[in-house]
Design a protein around this ligand. Structure first.
Ligand code: C2E
Ligand code: MG
Ligand code: MG
Length: 537
């Protein structure tokens, strides 16, 4: 009762935890996405503003050139009406006039000024000699200040609505002109944000703790545009994104929690069922023939364990063997397989001196203390010679050389044979095999599959066979499924044993024994009739 309550609490905690992680991941992903998007938008807006600024600068310079070229009397009616015509035809200018000694003499808007209007804002003189007056009160129109450009004695004033038709929201912007004399950046239009000064005169993106900004500088003139937005504002505007991401993150977290729950449950149920099956001796053993390729005789069998779960479904050994390992039950599996196969094939093993049964074990068993006594005890009880039994270990498990080499030599001293299973899939080299001193290698079926395909030309199968042969190792080629593969192997070097569906699938002990008897009534080693065996499962 208490355990169940504890499990339920654990479950709720797990759901809560994963959902929170999902929400957190969703929020961070959305935030990164939104900020990225906002930066791209800032850059786009800055580029649009800069295009407008360039067009206006070009127009201003053209008008200033035309003003300078006039031969009309300075500040005369004719000149002012000529200036008026120039400004009237322009798109971005509002006023034009004459300037001297830091004061305005006349302009289209103000006519000839009785008292000279002195320009209070300091001018930024650009490298081409034009001066910029960022904000001049006298030119304010409806409270807006306008920028004035002066070249010699002429000046033009931009429209205060110059940038109005450029879509900028939600970004704010500032147009700056770097001052070449004091290396400072001054805002000409807009408010200077609190950003690192240097970044306003360089193309690119930037981020402070609270703001994002992008700067684009003119390629033709001396000004830059910086657009900026606060992170808070960007997040608020794109709320739908992060709300969506947070909810999908939360949902994903909950789904993951649910899948973990289902997996854990299935795993627990499977583990319980497997434990019961082992206790009740419900594991079955089937046998797959191993054939001498030259004589086509059966010279051995591999014992393969089978298990059906409580619903009668076959569970692959590739699933329940690792499970047994995790549950610490692998030793019991090996004992059950060994006992059953000695019961099943004991007579055959006693009568056929050259027939060998191989069983699969995992590396931990080989180096552990129980395997050798178990093999000795069971073989002696069944009165089967040690030489008739082989132990298969997977090549992938041949990691800890010293311990394995010791264990292997102890087993071999007692007469048991050692096969390296699935050879070629792990890390061992043939020289390393010499150190381990095993009896045979079983070449993994992934190599056999390359026979008859393009890959066979680059396949290392022939090299493995030749080198293993030169080391005096017996070679068993696994996974022979077709006549073509059998013929290819038969035509190649080495004295090979083979195993695979072409020669026989795994089968029950009765089937295996009756096949053996049918094919070899005299009691000699079975000469395989491929056609009859290949049908078996
Ligand atoms: P393994 O020892 O390499 O066994 C060979 C596997 O290849 C067997 O799969 C066998 O049915 C399959 N096979 C044989 N001929 C062919 C063929 O021509 N084509 C194809 N595609 N497959 C073929 P199975 O029985 O599913 O066993 C899978 C693995 O489970 C075995 O690989 C072995 O590593 C492990 N295993 C099986 N029985 C035992 C056992 O009693 N104890 C331990 N520790 N592991 C076992
Ligand atoms: Mg094997
Ligand atoms: Mg194998």
């Amino acid at each position: 009762m208490c355990k169940r309550k504890h499990r339920a609490q654990l479950l709720i905690a797990q759901f809560f935890c994963l959902a929170s992680i999902g929400i957190g991941v969703g929020y961070l992903t959305a935030r990164a996405f939104i900020l990225d998007q906002a930066e791209r938008d800032l850059l786009k807006t800055a580029a649009s503003l800069m295009a407008r600024s360039d067009a206006a600068s070009e127009e201003a310079r053209n008008v200033l050139t035309a003003m300078r070229a006039t031969r009309l009397h300075s500040c005369s009616d004719d000149e002012l009406s000529y200036f008026g015509m120039l400004v009237f035809r322009s798109r971005y200018l509002r006023d034009a006039g004459r300037i001297s000694d830091g004061g305005i003499d006349c302009s289209i808007a103000m006519g000839r000024t009785k008292e000279r209007i002195l320009l209070r804002s300091p001018a930024l003189v650009q490298p081409d000699g034009t001066a910029v007056y960022p904000r001049i009160p006298v030119f304010q129109v409806n409270g807006l200040s306008a920028v004035t450009l002066q070249a010699g004695g002429d000046y033009v004033t931009f429209s205060p609505h110059l940038m109005d038709s450029v879509e900028t929201a939600p970004a704010h912007y500032v147009i700056t002109v770097p001052d070449p004399h004091n290396h400072q950046t001054d805002g000409v239009v807009g408010t200077l944000p609190n950003l690192p000064g240097n970044d306003l005169s360089q193309n690119g993106l930037g981020r402070t703790g609270v703001k994002l900004y992008a700067t684009v500088c003119s390629k033709r003139y001396y000004n830059c545009v910086t657009t900026y937005v606060s992170i808070k504002e960007a997040m608020r505007i794109e709320r739908r994104y992060w709300l969506g991401a947070i909810s999908s993150g939360g949902l994903a977290g909950t789904i993951v929690a649910f899948l973990i729950l289902v997996y854990n449950r299935r795993h627990r149920v499977l583990a319980q069922q497997f434990r019961r099956a082992l206790q009740k001796d419900k594991l079955r053993v089937v046998y797959q023939p191993i054939i001498d390729l030259e004589s086509r005789r059966v010279v051995g069998a591999e014992a393969l364990v089978r298990w059906q779960d409580d619903f009668g479904e076959d569970v692959s050994p590739e699933v329940f063997i690792p499970l047994a390992e995790r549950l610490g039950l692998i030793g019991q599996v090996t004992r059950a397989v060994l006992r059953q196969s000695l019961r099943d094939l004991g007579e055959l093993l006693r009568n056929q001196a050259h027939f060998r049964l191989s069983i699969n074990v995992v590396a931990e068993e080989l180096t552990g203390p129980d395997l050798l006594p178990l093999l000795e005890r069971e073989a002696d009880l069944a009165q089967v010679s040690h030489q008739s039994l082989a132990v298969e270990i997977t090549e992938g498990s041949t990691g800890c050389h010293m311990a394995l080499a010791d264990a292997i030599s102890r087993l071999r001293e007692k007469g048991f044979a050692i096969y390296i299973d699935d050879f070629g899939t792990g890390y061992s080299s043939l020289s390393y095999l010499r150190d381990l001193s095993v009896d045979a290698i079983k070449i993994d079926r992934s190599f056999t599959r390359t026979i008859g395909t393009q890959a066979v030309t680059v396949s290392i199968l022939p090299q493995i066979i030749e080198m293993a042969d030169s080391l005096g190792l017996q070679i068993i080629v696994e996974g022979v499924e077709t006549l073509e593969q059998a013929d290819y192997l038969a035509a190649g070097p080495g004295h090979l044993l083979v195993q695979g569906w072409y020669f026989g699938r795994s089968m029950g002990s009765q089937e295996f024994c009756s096949l053996f008897e049918q094919a070899a009534p005299s009691g000699s080693t079975l000469t395989i009739s491929v056609a009859s065996v290949a049908k078996q499962h």
